[in-house]
Write a protein that binds this ligand. Structure first.
Ligand code: 5GP
Length: 126
């Protein structure tokens, strides 16, 4: 089945410059910006500029250049924010929510980088 991308989602609007964002890093294929509702002292969202709905969509259909660019951007963000252990930090969590069961709110693929304090258990049941 084809992936269904909604170009009216909030991150598509950010990429088109229709709504503002607090950019941390921009590269040819990737944008990273602070989450509007941070859930940790460091909470950065890293998104591809291309129209991918989820991690699996991105992994299946993005070009090698897009995939490499996003991954290299994650490494840079972990250094820039200081959460990486080799940058003096105590670590971080990388999260990609997907679909209803994954709790994805915005249907444009994004990785959350969370850190700056101990993040507790990986999953909380609600
Ligand atoms: P999801 O649940 O889809 O994995 O996460 C979506 C994230 O996007 C949430 O953490 C939410 O706070 C963030 N978010 C939603 N709207 C905006 C926005 O307009 N600007 C920014 N910077 N973050 C947003």
């Amino acid at each position: 089945m084809p992936y269904d991308y909604d170009n009216q989602n909030i991150f598509a609007k950010i990429l088109r410059g229709e709504i503002p964002n607090d950019t941390v890093l921009e590269t040819e294929h990737t944008l990273a910006f602070n989450d509007i509702g941070p859930q940790a002292p460091v909470h950065v969202l890293i998104i591809p500029k291309g129209p991918y709905v989820s991690f699996d969509h991105f992994s299946a259909e993005a070009s090698d250049a897009e995939i490499a660019d996003l991954n290299r951007s994650i490494a840079k963000i972990c250094q820039m924010t200081g959460v990486a252990p080799n940058a003096g930090g105590n670590g971080y969590r990388a999260i990609a929510n997907c679909g209803t069961d994954g709790g994805q709110e915005v249907p444009h693929f994004h990785i959350h980088i969370l850190g700056g304090h101990a993040l507790g258990a990986m999953l909380a049941r609600s």
